[in-house]
Ligand binder design. Structure first.
Ligand SMILES: [Zn+2]
Length: 297
């Protein structure tokens, strides 16, 4: 992995990450993986592990964890803490996706939960989105939970007593069921338009975003600047509650537009009455995989 970073001109993975502040971690990984054909493939978990290991060796674990939070905030809430659509859901995505050292999640997860609660309690301005981990709100939240220069605090996994008794949402992922899902007509029509826009090289298909591509029942965008993968959210009915979330390669979009591909595999939430479906079995259903936990109970 370090050789991979070196071949891109960086002494190690940490240096590569630091040279690209605010860029989503997944995007860094794809960048590092580009010379893939030359040697053994690398896994995302391995990439994360090496990043945190290098940071820890230099006594920078705390900064590295703050850094991955900032990257998530910039990925999901770039428009601001309380701005744009689906803010509550995007916040859940930030906390749910925040990368921690893979081997130490049970130890550091409760710390991350408390830091996340503290960010919420600090009530950031509506247009807040940190540039990097030197951001005053990020620094303050970390300082209150995990003071600089100290080892990670020992926290129990249960929520801490909170004088405000604010409910916090905790992720409790449930198993998903893999299904072949026929693509509805309106989604096929939308993806046909997207194909045309890709072929024209429209900006909406080259600038990384969650929702630059839109129709009545779906929105989506390219997952990285100039990339080949597009992620979409589709509302299969009028409820605005049920949604499908999936990622397609541009060649899939072409095949769907040409009606050569008429169904895709998705992981369905199994809660009775829930119609949410996902690209990966590890995604969390916003409605069914989180539980409100009253602090101080
Ligand atoms: Zn669900």
């Amino acid at each position: 992995m370090r050789d991979r970073a070196k071949s891109l001109g960086f002494p190690d993975v940490l240096a590569l990450a630091n040279a690209h502040p605010g860029i989503p971690f997944g995007q860094l990984f794809r960048y590092l993986r580009q010379p893939e054909s030359r040697d053994a493939p690398i896994a995302y978990a391995q990439f994360q592990a090496v990043y945190f290991e290098e940071a820890e060796q230099r006594g920078l674990l705390r900064d590295a964890i703050a850094d991955t939070l900032v990257r998530r905030l910039r990925q999901h809430l770039r428009g601001g803490w309380n701005q744009g659509r689906r803010v509550r859901e995007r916040k859940a995505e930030v906390r749910g996706g925040w990368e921690l050292p893979p081997s130490r999640v049970s130890e550091l997860g409760p710390i991350a939960d408390r830091i996340w609660d503290t960010v919420n309690e600090l009530n950031p301005p509506d247009d807040w989105c940190p540039e990097d981990f030197n951001d005053p709100i990020i620094q303050e939240a970390f300082a209150r939970v995990w003071p600089s220069g100290t080892p990670p605090p020992k926290l129990a996994p249960s929520p801490r007593p909170n004088p405000n008794f604010t409910p916090t949402r905790q992720s409790r992922p449930k198993p998903k069921d893999r299904q072949k899902v026929p693509l509805p007509e309106d989604l096929v029509a939308f993806l046909g338009e997207v194909r045309t826009m890709i072929e024209r090289g429209d900006e909406e298909t080259t600038i990384q975003s969650d929702d630059l591509l839109q129709c009545e029942r779906a929105y989506g965008g390219v997952t990285e600047e100039g990339g080949d993968y597009f992620s979409f959210t589709y509302f299969p009915d009028d409820s605005k509650r049920n949604k499908w979330h999936f990622t397609l390669h541009r060649s899939d979009i072409e095949m769907i537009a040409d009606e050569a591909l008429t169904e895709i595999s998705l992981w369905a939430c199994q809660t009775p009455g829930c119609g949410c479906k996902f690209h990966s079995k590890d995604e969390t259903c916003f409605y069914c995989d989180y539980e409100d936990v009253e602090d101080g109970r």
